[in-house]
Design a protein around this ligand. Structure first.
Ligand code: NAP
Ligand code: GDD
Length: 337
């Protein structure tokens, strides 16, 4: 009998890669989606997942909907990826962020505790919790100093996961994942904003790229590598928390430089900065130490930063070329006579 997994946030970047990964492992994959007036399943479309997963409507804000879903699906494993995940929005919508990203975790844990406390649980914690970093590189014991309402909400989600493990003996793990990106990343995050702009500028569809803090440094990896670590955490004999990272950091300036090199342009001619894009409190630098994951889970990241940027830019170049060709075909349909 195949194992059943339930993914909250299946329509997001990680949800799509995790669903594909679990399907390849032979899992029956169920996804929780919230109701919207239009279907937002583009990422699942990219990975040809739409007909291979079972989708159910429920919402992180609605306790009963999550209980009903877990009763219906009877999953062996729950991956809680759903969240309001964009840091700037957490400053403008701090209460909603807390409802989704903090209390939402407790709602999922409560549902599991009520329906079947034997279900294994993964919580998507974040390196954003380290915020104003207290040491470098950061590991599972580094103290948190979150610098955004999102980071504070994630710290709550992290500790409530540990609390349910300690209080009720639940198999609950928290993955402290550093930034991970892919061609499926939303365009609001800096990597995809840059790869999309480099491709559009190359083809004359955009003149400038406006960014915020070019000095910020992140430890960027590939989302496809990181979802394997989520699964590995739930296959261990004991639950624990793990940092997942590459251990190498780069600045936003390095990212821009590499992306524009890929399209053969000098970034300094196209990139401007705007102080409106600076955050009320910034996380200046993040760099993770994933030694525990390396030794216990035998996990290592496979894609380098340079390969990641090249892959993202190449995918955006293809997409822009396709959209230019489609517009041209629509404006100039072939004559049939
Ligand atoms: P993402 O692309 O922003 O996806 C977020 C998902 O959450 C979407 O499927 C979204 O659904 C869903 N969601 C939001 N509010 C919801 C609600 N009230 N009820 C149900 N679903 C809701 O995020 P991601 O990059 O895949 O990240 C996955 C998780 O890992 C998030 O929790 C994020 O905070 C965390 N994380 C990400 C990174 C990273 O670098 N990517 C690093 C550390 C931790 P809609 O499609 O309906 O909006
Ligand atoms: N988004 C964005 N847009 N960021 C910019 C820009 C810009 O125009 N210009 C500079 N940056 C800087 C930000 O100030 C930040 O220091 C860095 O680029 C990365 O920003 P994001 O890509 O938005 O990611 P993040 O680090 O804030 O958050 C992501 O990673 C976290 C893990 O540390 C998200 O995926 C979070 O959900 C995740 O938890």
């Amino acid at each position: 009998m195949s194992r059943r997994a339930l993914i909250t946030g299946i329509t997001g970047q990680d949800g799509a890669y995790l669903a594909e990964f679990l399907l390849n492992k032979g899992y029956e994959v169920h996804g929780m989606v919230r109701r919207a007036s239009t279907e937002g399943f583009e990422r699942m479309g990219h990975l040809q997942l739409r007909d291979r997963v079972h989708l159910h409507q429920a919402d992180l804000l609605d306790q009963l909907s999550i209980i009903t879903l877990i009763k219906e699906v009877k999953p062996h494993e729950v991956y809680n990826l759903a969240a309001q995940s964009f840091v700037p929005t957490s400053f403008t919508q701090p209460l909603l962020t807390a409802e989704f990203t903090a209390l939402g975790v407790t709602r999922v844990l409560e549902a599991i505790r009520d329906v079947d406390p034997g279900i294994r649980f993964y919580q998507a914690s974040s390196s954003e919790m380290f915020g104003r970093v207290q040491e470098e590189p950061q590991n599972e014991r580094t103290p948190f100093w979150p610098r955004s309402p999102y980071g504070v909400a994630k710290a709550y989600g992290h500790w409530i996961t540990i609390n349910y493990r300690e209080s009720y003996g639940m198999f609950a793990c928290s993955g402290i994942l550093f930034n991970h990106e892919s061609p499926l990343r939303s365009k609001e995050f800096v990597t995809r904003k840059v790869s999309d702009a480099a491709a559009r500028i190359k083809y004359g569809l955009q003149d400038k790229l406006i960014l915020g803090n070019l000095d910020a440094q992140r430890d960027w990896g590939f989302a496809g590598d990181y979802v394997e670590a989520m699964w590995l955490m739930l296959q261990q004999s004991e639950p624990a928390d793990y940092v997942i990272a590459t251990g190498i950091k780069h600045s936003v300036r390095d990212l821009v430089d590499l992306a524009f090199q890929r399209v053969g342009l000098d970034w300094k001619k196209y990139v401007e900065t705007d102080s409106h894009l600076l955050r009320p409190a910034e996380v200046n630098t993040l760099c993770g130490d994933a030694s525990l994951a390396r030794t216990k889970l035998c996990w290592t990241p496979k894609m380098s930063f340079a390969q990641l940027v090249a892959t993202m830019v190449d995918e955006d170049l293809k997409r822009v070329r396709r959209s230019i060709a489609a517009e041209k075909a629509a404006a100039d349909p072939p004559r049939l006579d």
